[in-house]
Design a protein around this ligand. Structure first.
Ligand code: ADP
Length: 260
């Protein structure tokens, strides 16, 4: 069951690009649900973690610093995060809206987003205006189990789980056959550090969005397919105006069947 607090758009309001912010602790399923939603709504899934990991492969000074911070589970400085994000949201696939997975991660980043500091040619200053925050709620025990079995593709970053979502061929990505690896920051001590940072820095954002009446709470312990269905249905009724171009409800099941 979800708790829904949102102001429905008036009928005569202009459809503005929608920004969906996906919140939840590490291992909540943000990446999986974001990419399913992106497919259903036909807007891009922007994972800040994946963008940063991509930059961290670089042998430059920035790349080496990034690798170090991320392996320890520390947050990366805002200037760098904003830079990477601003470049990505200026790409043409972002005109109708976007799904932000991993941003904002602190109250300060939420304020930067609300104040329009994240600029794009498509949004002028209103990136924070038509915003819905989704919170995937999960217990700490579930998180530790999920992260210890998580494997990612070394090339395309597709995510798997040894038990709940294994690849077709052991150790190989279904999409490109590349080797699956353990994320450096999914090792035990770093997971605890990331959970601590989540509680300290990211959890306060939930009340920030609840006060602004744009928070959708979802039980992230359910099977992936149920979460995706619930999210899509709730968003569809909340955001009728912005979802022109999204897949129709009757196509949702077939998309989920193809992707899960
Ligand atoms: P998860 O949500 O599972 O912890 P992500 O892939 O979203 O993982 O993020 C991995 C790492 O990237 C974080 O631990 C942090 O080092 C960095 N990072 C991601 N998003 C941000 C952000 N908004 N601000 C600062 N650092 C970030």
């Amino acid at each position: 069951m979800h708790r829904l607090v949102f102001r429905l758009p008036e009928m005569d309001e202009q459809p503005a690009p929608i920004v969906i912010v996906v919140l939840g602790p590490p291992g909540a399923g943000k990446g999986t649900q974001s990419s399913l939603l992106a497919n259903l709504l036909r807007i891009p899934h922007i994972s800040i973690g994946n963008l940063l990991r991509w930059h961290a492969r670089d042998e430059s000074e920035v790349g080496v610093r990034l690798r170090g911070m991320m392996a320890l589970g520390q947050l990366v400085p805002d200037t760098l995060v904003l830079d990477v994000l601003a470049t990505r949201i200026s790409e043409p696939d972002c005109t109708r809206g976007l799904i932000l997975d991993g941003f904002p991660r602190t109250l300060k980043q939420a304020e930067l987003l609300a104040r329009g500091l994240l600029k794009s040619p498509f949004y002028a200053n209103n990136l924070g205006e038509n915003l819905v925050a989704l919170h995937l709620r999960v217990q700490q025990d579930t998180i530790v189990g999920r992260l210890s079995g998580r494997r990612i593709c070394s090339r395309c970053s597709a995510t798997y789980h040894l038990e709940s979502q294994p690849p077709r061929v052991t150790g190989e990505c279904d999409f490109d056959g590349s080797a699956l690896t353990v994320r450096e920051d999914d090792r035990n001590a770093t997971v605890l550090k990331r959970l601590h940072i989540y509680q300290q820095e990211t959890a306060p954002i939930l009340s920030h969005y609840a006060e602004k009446a744009s928070l959708l709470e979802i039980d992230g312990e359910q099977p992936q397919e149920n979460i995706a269905q619930e999210l899509f249905m709730a968003l569809q009724s909340m955001l009728r105006v912005s979802m022109v171009g999204a897949k129709s409800a009757r196509n949702v099941q077939s998309t989920l069947d193809d992707n899960l």
